[in-house]
Write a protein that binds this ligand. Structure first.
Ligand code: C2E
Ligand code: CA
Ligand code: CA
Ligand code: CA
Length: 277
């Protein structure tokens, strides 16, 4: 149990707390080493056309090798990197690496990059993105960025301006993990999103036989389309899910059914050739 007990002004830590602090320090050290020694890896997961089943692009997902043949998941090290002031450097590496890779793959395939809200707190995000495009020699339409709803909670005007500037480069902007946040739809629609990514928890609910799931999905997809957005569903693991989503008019699908995240050199040639025109 990782718990602290508050007694007046004193906080008594149980042994679990020490372990937790130790784990965080170990992960932080590994992140610093990976930054210094080019130790991160970038995996790519196909995003396919619901109509054709062919790849349209890839989401870039970062991996931190644990030194024993496995990986420390981003859900563990990203929050620590954010808290320790290391996410900007990681984010810059991901942008450079993802744009360099997509430049090697044919048009019109795109690469989608996750940006942390912390990266938006810096005023040089735009030039960093412009530099990445210029260094890779690619146009903005080859890049997509994914942001989560919580980004829109504070500094709304600044974030809106940043997103508009990014969009002006031809980059498309996706709202990630849609359906898990709690922002009001009223202002969500004021942001210039090109795409909604329906969170994978909806596919989990589908598997659990949640009775209204099809109607819910149908409603989100129609809402996205009414707002002029493309809709992607994440976490698609079965043929049945894929068929239902296609029938409901979802544009793009992503999940283990089509391909797990993999190193660039493992992406099959067929995925790079038979994309939908
Ligand atoms: P996310 O952006 O929602 O990414 C989707 C996650 O779902 C990925 O986990 C992916 O491996 C996993 N996934 C894909 N298809 C399936 C499926 O069919 N079933 C299931 N159960 N899972 C599936 P991953 O790679 O562990 O990444 C976790 C989170 O870490 C990401 O969630 C994102 O929030 C963050 N992340 C990953 N890479 C980066 C990065 O480069 N920068 C930042 N800031 N965050 C990142
Ligand atoms: Ca994402
Ligand atoms: Ca997501
Ligand atoms: Ca997520």
């Amino acid at each position: 149990v990782h718990k602290s007990h508050k007694l007046g002004n004193y906080v008594l830590f149980d042994p679990g707390m020490d372990e937790e602090a130790h784990r965080r320090r170990t992960v932080e050290r590994m992140v610093r080493t990976a930054l210094a020694e080019d130790g991160f890896e970038l995996f790519y997961q196909p995003i396919v056309s619901a109509r054709q089943g062919t790849a349209l692009g890839f989401e870039a997902l970062i991996r931190l090798p644990d030194g024993a043949g496995g990986y420390i998941p981003p859900s563990v090290f990203i929050p620590i990197a954010e808290a320790r002031g290391l996410i900007k450097e990681i984010g810059n590496w991901v942008l450079r690496e993802a744009t360099r890779q997509i430049a090697l793959w044919p048009e019109p395939l795109f690469v989608s990059v996750n940006l942390s809200a912390v990266q938006f707190a810096e005023d040089d995000l735009l030039p960093i993105i412009e530099d990445a495009l210029a260094n890779a020699g690619i146009a903005g339409h080859r890049l997509e960025i994914e942001v989560v709803e919580s980004l829109l909670l504070d500094r709304r005007d600044t974030v809106l301006r940043q997103l508009q500037d990014i969009k002006a480069l031809g980059i498309s902007i996706a709202m990630d993990d849609f359906g898990t946040g709690y922002s009001s739809l009223g202002y969500l629609w004021r942001f210039p999103f090109d795409k909604l990514k329906i969170d994978q928890s909806f596919m989990a609910a589908f598997n659990d036989g949640e009775p209204n799931i099809e109607r819910i999905l149908e409603t989100i997809i129609a809402m996205g389309h009414h707002m002029g957005m493309k809709v992607t569903t994440e976490g698609v693991e079965t043929r049945e899910q894929s068929d239902v989503l296609s029938r409901l008019g979802c544009d793009q699908l992503q999940g283990y059914y089509f391909g797990k995240p993999m190193p660039a050199d493992r992406v099959a040639d067929t995925m790079l050739r038979n994309f939908a025109a």
